[in-house]
Design a protein around this ligand. Structure first.
Ligand code: AMP
Length: 414
């Protein structure tokens, strides 16, 4: 079934066509008709499922054309990067309309955002803090909001935005449409749903916790002292289009970036100590292919839509199992497939076991053929009576080479 049967506005359909989308994704099939009817939805779909279009297309369709006066749609996002990305997507879908959109987030001047508001906008995409600043200054008024989208609600909760989100919701009219997206629904979000939604339809696409099925997961156990060597070797051997390497700390990310730069890789770095301008340059350079490798902390992990990330490498095992799913969500987006490699040292075994419990399956351990290195000793077989430990050396399999080529790897020519 194509997009034409939904009853979307013709100029929105044109926008979809221009994007090259032929068939709706499962979440779009479920969400578009419900939102077009004006009903509320709770969407618990993974990233990469097409959820932005799932809410944007029907909401834009209902808006029709530009109306002077107050903004009619508000989309809240947890991070600046996500806000910027959703704004770009909405501009794409709305390109054949005269709808006006503004994006508001911190770290940049107020001028352009104020100016846009004064001219009049239909759609606001914002992070909660900056939106409240503008509301405090009387620049933004929410009395005209007809549709409210709370995107990545669990992430907003993690980042401590829940009080801000509640204050914002309180300023919106009670009679409105609300769409909430969240990978998980912890009790606080459940309470928020009870409080701010009206008879919502719940749309769950795939198992909530399972990472994208198209991603091949591999763990490489190694001694701490050889982590860097292994990373360099992996990059040498893998045929990749683009790689995101995740590090636990900002300093770690900077160190890895320097290491890779010294090995002649084109590297960009993304973490919260960098200025807004640096972050934007890193992201756009990576999207355009100027940088082949992006080294990032978890702020970049959620929701960022970077087309054709072929590989994700976890330089450190993430502390929270959920972050693993979000990190590897960067690859295997839409129809792409990808590989997710995790470098494991002994101290991280517990974290990895937690991840395996969370995703409900063991991740195979592998060893790079011909690369001489040591496993950490903790990876020995579990003691009798102990709970099975997926980190057992018995699980280690010497690599057959499905994503390695004997001719050597490196970046594939585009
Ligand atoms: P999202 O889950 O919203 O971040 O979307 C993930 C990616 O899928 C984005 O690059 C979208 O442009 C793309 N996408 C969304 N809907 C479709 C569709 N129906 N067909 C093909 N690609 C899509």
């Amino acid at each position: 079934m194509g997009f034409t049967t939904f009853g979307l506005a013709p100029q929105i359909l044109e926008g979809v066509k221009a994007m090259g989308y032929t068939d709706p994704t499962p979440i779009q099939l479920r969400a578009i008709p419900t939102l077009l009817e004006g009903r509320d939805i709770i969407g618990s779909a993974q990233t990469g499922t097409g959820k932005t279009a799932a809410f944007a297309l029907p909401i834009l369709s209902r808006l029709g054309s530009h109306k002077p006066g107050l903004a009619r749609v508000l989309i809240l996002e947890p991070t600046r990067e996500l806000a910027a990305q959703v704004e770009v997507a909405i501009r794409d879908y709305a390109r054949y309309t005269d709808l006006r959109i503004v994006v508001m987030f911190g770290g940049v001047g107020y001028g352009a955002q104020k100016e846009a508001m004064l001219k009049g906008v239909d759609i606001i995409v914002a992070t909660p803090g900056r939106l409240l600043d503008h509301m405090g200054q009387g620049i933004v008024k929410l009395e005209g909001i007809e549709s409210l989208v709370l995107d990545e609600a669990d992430r907003m909760l993690d980042m401590g935005f829940m009080p801000d989100v509640k204050r914002i919701v309180q300023h919106c009219p009670r009679k409105r449409q609300t769409a909430l997206f969240s990978a998980t629904i912890p009790p606080v979000i459940e309470t928020l749903i009870q409080w701010c939604m009206h008879d919502p339809e719940t749309i769950e696409i795939g198992a909530r916790r399972s990472p994208a099925e198209t991603v091949k997961h591999v763990v490489y156990p190694v001694a701490e002292a050889q982590k860097n060597e292994l990373l360099i070797e992996l990059l040498e051997r893998v045929h990749y289009d683009s790689v995101i390497i995740f590090c636990r700390t900002k300093h770690g990310a900077d160190r890895v970036a320097t290491l890779l730069k010294n090995s002649n890789h084109a590297v960009a770095v993304l973490h919260s100590n960098r200025t807004q301008k640096e972050r934007e340059q890193a992201l756009s350079g990576f999207r355009e292919g100027k940088f082949e490798v992006l080294v990032a902390t978890d702020i970049a992990a959620r929701g960022l839509d970077i087309a054709s990330v072929s590989h994700v490498i976890n330089y450190d095992v993430p502390l929270h199992a959920e972050d693993y799913v979000h990190r590897i969500g960067r690859t295997g987006r839409a129809e792409n497939t990808g590989d997710a490699f995790t470098i494991l040292v002994a101290e991280e075994n517990k974290q990895l076991a937690a991840i395996e419990r969370y995703i409900g399956k063991p991740i195979p351990r592998e060893k790079l053929e011909g690369f001489n290195y040591t496993y950490s000793t903790v990876l020995d077989a579990p003691k009798p009576g102990a709970t099975p430990n997926y980190g057992s050396t018995r699980a280690v399999r010497v690599h057959g080479g499905y994503h390695f080529s004997p001719a050597g790897g490196g970046r594939r020519r585009r």
